[in-house]
Design a protein around this ligand. Structure first.
Ligand code: ARG
Length: 566
């Protein structure tokens, strides 16, 4: 609301000066450094120069103009070169809270993405390797971004670009043929396939010819060798089953599971196009594209004719442009692939297309355990599934300690445990490395998902079975700082959502929710909510209801379930 008033002051001032003096002024509207100065501040020195009038004159004219706009303002005060403005706290609060009351979970809806298509590429685990905790970040950031973008009006298309093609399958096939046993594998496919993969790398250290064999096996796959393709198909299905367990648990969905293999028959035309455009160069039998002095060339075809990761991504980006008509395409992939996506963008530009600025690598940091990255090759991978079940078990202990007789214990513990893991991730700006500490993440206090759920549950129990009339309020209360601060925060929900959508950063919503919860808890320590006086009670209930509504909706946008009890 205050954000909207700010925007309105800005546009109306611009129109005012345009109409009166026929000049386009760069009007700045901000928040004063100190809250006691006002809610909104307009620095006028920016305009003095252009208007060629003395400061006091410019300021008093500005004051009169702002007062004429008919906005819910209480006072407009000239203060040196600034105009400091207090909004009408009663009117604003009434509007904000009633908006939440009528719009409910639709509160905060934005239209910045109306009519735009965004394709999101996230999760994208590598088939035949375990779904590692490293993929958690992609899955949860991508899922949350999808929900946030939808809330902003964007049409989204979610793609799980499975890593189901490439030399690693050649390695799998060689390993399987040398050391695999079908029965053992069938009993526990992913674990056994992982073992084979690890073994391949160990043996290849002693016998490098294995690498050649793997490349040859993959080349055979690209040439549609039926035996290899059957084996590949089976491995892919088994792997997907494992990933699906995790998606079900986290309630994450996709519109497509077209992975790298899907592009096997779509690369030739792209390579032809590169050829026609004279971009392809021979380099020791391989085919490369020079991308300039500031980055290494892109390897498009190996000397044996095999395709590469970037070849497939290049085919995929054109396919997506054509199929989904994206305005923007997002790749939620670790920072370590920064160069890969820079190369992809450069390739698109070199081919003469103008949409490379709409290709966004939404990078994220590493998931560290004891300060180190885990990797599949060495076999010391931290399994996401284990982390999730550990968190759920810890959550169960807490629920039992706090509320031993509660119904649906299992369901609650599951949702608390998942909230812990997801929030511990999303509260950090995605670009940063994060050190994950499960004990801290599950706690009901501190900056955790369960803390937010718990705050919501507290409010739910305050409101349980209560009725209130949102049109019969005690307006005077909104003049109190702790009331108005809370209203103001509620009104900033949309700004947080839009910020998260623009920066592709769910952490903006996560941090906002932490503020909101702690502000409410402060409020709750100062005020009794269910009081005798009817108007005061209505006001308190409406405020609590609004906080709860925003909290729930905010958690939903992060992919976290809110609870009625815990
Ligand atoms: N499968 C890849 C990996 O785990 C991530 C794929 C990301 N998406 C893409 N279009 N390259 O590293």
């Amino acid at each position: 609301m205050i954000e909207e008033i700010k925007q309105e002051i800005k546009t109306k001032l611009i129109t005012y000066y345009k109409e009166k003096y026929d000049i386009l002024l760069n009007v700045v509207v901000e928040e004063p450094k100190k809250a006691e100065m006002g809610d909104i501040s307009v620095p006028m020195f920016v305009m003095v120069k252009t208007l060629k009038k003395p400061m006091p004159e410019v300021v008093s004219e500005g004051v009169l103009a702002i007062e004429s706009f008919g906005l819910p303002l209480e006072s407009v005060n000239p203060t040196g070169p600034f105009i400091n403005i207090f909004v009408d706290k009663k009117k604003v609060s009434n509007r904000v809270l009633n908006e939440v009351y009528t719009e409910k979970e639709n509160y905060g809806l934005s239209h910045i993405g109306d009519g735009k298509n965004v394709t999101l590429d996230y999760s994208s685990p590598n088939i035949a390797k375990s779904f590692s905790i490293g993929h958690l970040r992609s899955t949860m950031i991508g899922n949350s971004l999808k929900l946030i973008l939808n809330k902003c009006g964007y049409n989204t298309y979610a793609i799980n670009y499975l890593g189901d093609w490439g030399t690693q399958f050649g390695k799998m096939i060689v390993a399987y043929k040398n050391w695999g046993d079908l029965e053992t594998i069938k009993a526990d496919p992913i674990k056994e396939l992982n073992k084979l993969y690890v073994r391949f790398h160990k043996e290849a250290e002693a016998d490098p010819s294995l690498e050649d064999k793997a490349r040859e096996a993959f080349r055979q796959m690209e040439l549609n060798n039926p035996e290899y393709l059957d084996l590949w198909k089976w491995i892919r299905e088994e792997s997907l089953k494992e990933s699906q367990q995790i998606y079900d648990l986290l309630d994450v969905t996709f519109d497509s599971y077209n992975g790298e293999a899907f592009y096997n028959d779509k690369m030739d035309s792209i390579v032809d196009e590169l050829e026609q455009k004279n971009l392809l160069k021979e380099d020791q039998g391989a085919k490369i594209v020079d991308l300039g002095d500031d980055m290494p060339p892109a390897l498009i075809k190996r000397s044996d004719g095999g395709s590469l990761y970037i070849t497939r991504d290049l085919a995929a980006v054109f396919y997506r442009k054509k199929e989904y008509k994206f305005d923007d395409v997002l790749y939620v992939v670790g920072n370590e692939q920064k160069l890969h996506f820079e190369q992809l963008k450069r390739l698109v530009t070199k081919m003469g297309y103008d949409f490379s600025d709409n290709i966004h690598h939404v990078g994220f940091g590493l998931y560290l355990t004891n300060g180190k990255k885990a990797s599949t090759r060495k076999g010391n991978v931290v399994l996401l599934y284990d982390v999730l079940t550990d968190a759920i078990n810890l959550a169960m202990q807490q629920v039992e300690a706090k509320n031993p007789n509660i119904k649906n214990k299992e369901e609650i513990a599951k949702n608390v445990g998942l909230a812990a893991v997801v929030f511990a991730d999303l509260k950090n700006y995605r670009g940063l490395d994060i050190e994950f500490n499960i004990e801290n993440a599950v706690k009901f206090e501190g900056q955790t998902g369960p803390y937010l759920q718990y705050t919501g549950v507290r409010i739910a129990s305050i409101l349980k079975g209560k009725e209130f009339d949102p049109s019969n309020l005690n307006d005077e209360l909104f003049l109190k700082t702790h009331y108005f601060e809370l209203v103001k925060l509620v009104s900033e929900f949309k700004t947080a959502i839009e910020g998260a959508a623009k920066e592709y950063a769910p952490s903006i919503v996560a941090k906002y929710l932490l503020n909101l919860a702690s502000s409410f808890n402060k409020f709750y320590s100062l005020e009794k909510i269910n009081v005798e006086d009817e108007k005061t009670r209505n006001t308190n209930f409406l405020l609590a209801y609004s906080v709860r509504t925003v909290l729930n909706e905010g958690l939903r946008l992060l992919g976290i379930k809110y609870l009625e009890e815990m």
